[in-house]
Design a protein around this ligand. Structure first.
Ligand code: COA
Length: 174
């Protein structure tokens, strides 16, 4: 299955807002308090917030297409756009989402392969991410692809304080 990775620009803001909200709701709505969840998505996926993230020179969003159909997206941060580790030689995978109907087909594996290559091209040594400790499926997926837990951090969905595992992949092993 051949995938096409396209870096997003400002013109993609509305489509990016839509897929970001849709995939987040599908993945996490059922496990969260409705009021906290609503509060979170209204802020996180506001069009102006997405636009400012697109304009950040240290962040990149990519759409992923299979046969011209949008199947997912991911977001990478470097330097001061990173949320925890802020090393010059690290890169954060802040978001990775495969649309529900395309999950478990091996696409996420291909996303990660491409992401690791982008990180290498940028001369990064460490690829890292935060994942909700209750997102067992994603944690298993990351472990399968060589990520190891190195810390935790708090993450707020509305007023609900949750714990994210911080996981890293050593790019020098490639
Ligand atoms: C986590 C996520 C990005 C993984 O993407 P994916 O496309 O489902 O991942 P893959 O298909 O490559 O691998 C998932 C599983 O499918 C299995 N699989 C891979 N290729 C397969 C195939 N051809 N047929 C059937 N199963 C397959 C793998 O064994 C893997 O199993 P594992 O969970 O035991 O590791 C995706 O499920 C997702 O978007 N989830 C919701 C949002 C989310 O949690 N994002 C991460 C936030 S930190």
């Amino acid at each position: 299955m051949e995938l096409t990775f396209t870096k997003c620009s400002l013109k993609d803001a509305e489509q990016l807002r839509l897929i970001s909200e849709q995939t987040f709701v599908n993945a996490f709505e059922k496990d969260n308090d409705p009021a906290d969840f609503k509060d979170y998505i209204e802020k996180a996926f506001a069009l102006n917030k997405i636009k400012s993230e697109l304009l950040n020179a240290n962040s990149e969003f990519y759409f992923v297409f299979r046969n011209d159909i949008l199947v997912g997206y991911f977001k990478l941060n470097v330097l001061f756009a990173q949320s925890d580790v802020k090393r010059d030689d690290s890169i954060e995978l802040e978001r990775i989402y495969v649309l529900k109907e395309y999950q478990n087909l091996g696409l996420g594996k291909q996303f990660l392969h491409h992401i690791k290559n982008i990180a290498l091209v940028k001369n990064k040594k460490m690829l890292w991410l935060g994942v909700w400790e209750e997102n067992v499926r994603a944690i298993k997926f990351y472990k399968r692809h060589g990520f190891i837990k190195f810390d935790t951090h708090p993450y707020f969905i509305g007023s609900d304080e949750q714990t994210d595992w911080l996981m890293q992949f050593d790019l020098s092993t490639l």
